[in-house]
Design a binder for this molecule. Sequence first.
Ligand code: NAG
Ligand code: NAG
Length: 241
Amino acid sequence: MANIPFFFALFPLVLSSSVTKAQQVSVYELKRADFSAKFTNYGATMLSLILPDKTGKLNGIVLGYDSIEGYKNDTTYFGAIVGRVANRIGGAKFTLNGVTYKTVANDGKNTLHGGRRGFSDVIWTVKSYKRDSHVTFSYESFDGEQGFPGNVSVSITYMMLGTNKLAVKMVAKPLNKPTPVNLALHTYWNLGGHNSGDIMSHTLQLFGSKLTPVDSELIPTGEIVPAQGTLSPASPSRQQV
Ligand SMILES: *[C@@H]1O[C@H](CO)[C@@H](O)[C@H](O)[C@H]1NC(C)=O
Ligand SMILES: *[C@@H]1O[C@H](CO)[C@@H](O)[C@H](O)[C@H]1NC(C)=O
């Protein structure tokens, strides 16, 4: 991580001048008083999230790049919506209703985060934008995209709720065939501030009762085991995602 430039929220973003697609890549800010967040329709990505800390000092708490070019080069999925299927599909294939589908391998022999050009690397349409309220991005994924079956209509809404609260609503509608869909917002958080050092003093609590163990290539083995007793607060375990 040390060499990755952090997104510096006080500078305006440098937009790519070489967008050849019909859709323009732009930055959309949501703002209410001291609470603000920036997004781009490239990957439906959250670029920044800024709010006052307990002393009132404004702090950007997500990691990112200082230009859209950085996101296009990115291999870490900073702040993007990942899909059609977040995480790995072992052997880049799956069987659904008796039909085996071959997806694009982009992580050794596996498919990661939707393949070589997943939802994090496409230009989304801006459906609705109101600066003090919300921005909605949509994407029409086509039958066979990265090997996945069926058209899927996807929409992502980032919305401000009250003070210092942001909600993300994800909707995916398969239009003509059954298909797996598993979307994730791939933000890297640092609640101490994006440039405040590591997050080893952060505590994260997940209210899950079971977990899916993974093999050496991070592919779920198929087992589902109780979470109870697998983690001691004194020796937190780290898992790569
Ligand atoms: C993106 O990658 C290209 C090619 O490797 C490089 O020339 C360019 O400096 C990179 N841009 C950013 C913003 O990282
Ligand atoms: C599926 O997507 C293709 C290509 O975008 C389009 O031509 C077709 O009409 C779509 N079919 C349905 C059922 O949405």
